[in-house]
Design a protein around this ligand. Structure first.
Ligand code: ZN
Length: 428
């Protein structure tokens, strides 16, 4: 699947020839609960990133934007350190909520997905998010996913469930007890897992399963639903978790340096995805070195979600005349792992900051900015502390607007620092 156009190379690490190099990034890992160094310390060599993509049935809201901007900060910091970054993202372009929305609105599910993916592309481009090298829809990867399901069946880690309550025979489920390390990503107890499974797309109460937590791998064809030839699986469509595992193993191998997504993916999605990989490739160790989870954005005191309908859409903000760089600045002013509230004050503060930063870098000279670049690199390398970096830029801007300075290269260095490392493109 086509991704979206990359930002202007001059605004990226390397493109604007920032002096020196970024540092090794340390990132908070959900599984260990601590900071983990990523990539080689000297910045050389490849690093791999998989960020779970959208289910395209409602356009990009601020919660999505928060996640993709967070891991865009990581990709930029890695490139600034010298790494060769391979980034893969999926699109869950066939799944229950998408099909339900299509039926409810009388739109073909393929048209709904295509239109929402197109909106997402536009939003990512507007927000200066560097695109993944591989952007893959499940529909494109069905054969790959079906092969992984057959491999899990062959390994004795999956089973068919008899039909009941209107469901046909043959849906395939994964045995969570096939992975001795199951539970290590989230660290949740059984009761929490069961509650989250019911809340987030699982079916703990379905009769015939070995364990209520066992997730769906292959859903055999139902009347009126899209289906594909799964070989011995019969016609059907993939479950959610195995889709990401199969795509990640095919395009990144294992271990992935960072498996990422919003914190609502910790369980069951990333827990199950890791267990699938551990059973498929028992010789390859851990599925990921770091499991990274971004915080949730709320509106009116509730997490922004499609089901609640309390969404602020990036495309609507931009259509209403908001500069997307202001939206990005509003996002990076919050720590990527924290939960935060979107309100008018957040947007107003970002607008004011954007105007001040733009004025400061438009002046012909300013206070020296080498220390600022070093400080921003240090903050970002420390668990993507973008708010800390924003505070440092604020301090330079304050000094610039109140006293100024004689360094003729400083304003441009600040502009390049902010665009390359924070992804906030200030007017030239
Ligand atoms: Zn995923």
């Amino acid at each position: 699947m086509r991704s979206w156009p990359a930002p202007d190379p001059a605004t990226l690490p390397g493109g604007g020839t920032l002096p020196g190099r970024g540092r090794q990034v340390h990132l908070h890992d959900t599984a260990s609960g601590g900071l983990v160094p990523t990539g080689r310390a000297d910045g050389t060599g490849p690093v791999t990133l998989y960020v779970c993509g959208i289910t395209p049935y409602d356009a990009t809201h601020l919660g999505h934007a928060n996640t993709y901007v967070a891991f865009d900060l990581l990709g930029r910091a890695w490139r600034d350190a010298g790494h060769d970054v391979t980034y893969v993202q999926n699109v869950t372009d066939v799944d229950d909520p998408l099909l339900e929305r299509a039926t409810a609105t009388g739109v073909d599910w393929r048209d709904l997905a295509a239109s929402q993916v197109e909106l997402f592309r536009g939003d990512m481009q507007a927000l200066s998010v560097v695109p993944p090298q591989q952007y893959l829809g499940v529909v494109e990867a069905v054969d790959l996913v079906a092969q992984s399901v057959r491999d899990l069946l062959d390994a004795g880690a999956a089973y068919r469930v008899p039909g009941a309550g209107g469901a046909p025979d043959g849906d395939v489920y994964f045995r969570v007890d096939a992975d001795p390390g199951f539970g290590a990503v989230s660290g949740f107890d059984a009761a929490t897992m069961r509650a989250l499974s019911a809340e987030r797309g699982g079916d703990p109460d379905r009769p015939g399963k070995h364990d209520p937590l066992d997730p769906l791998l292959w859903r055999v064809e139902r009347p009126g639903e899209p289906s594909w030839d799964g070989g011995v699986l019969g016609r059907g469509r993939p479950g959610w978790h195995i889709e990401c595992t199969a795509i990640a193993l095919q395009h990144l191998g294992m271990p992935i340096d960072v498996q990422a997504g919003g914190s609502d993916l910790v369980f069951p999605h990333h827990e199950m995805g890791a267990s699938h990989a551990h059973v498929l490739r028992p010789q390859d160790g851990s599925f990921a070195r770091v499991y990274a989870h971004s915080g949730m954005v709320s509106l009116g005191g509730e997490k922004m979600s499609k089901s609640l309908g309390n969404l602020v859409l990036v495309s609507k903000l931009v259509a209403a005349g908001e500069d997307p760089a202001t939206v990005r600045l509003a996002i990076v002013a919050h720590h990527w792992r924290s939960d935060w509230e979107w309100d008018d004050a957040v947007l107003t503060a970002a607008r004011e900051r954007f105007v001040r930063w733009s004025r400061a870098v438009a002046l012909p000279s300013g206070p020296p900015a080498g220390e600022l670049l070093d400080g921003v690199r240090e903050r970002i390398a420390d668990d993507l502390d973008a708010p800390g970096a924003v505070t440092l830029v604020d301090a330079w801007v304050e000094a610039q607007l109140t006293g100024g300075g004689a360094d003729a290269g400083a304003p441009d260095l600040v502009r390049r620092t902010v665009s390359a490392l924070l992804g906030v493109v200030l007017p030239a």
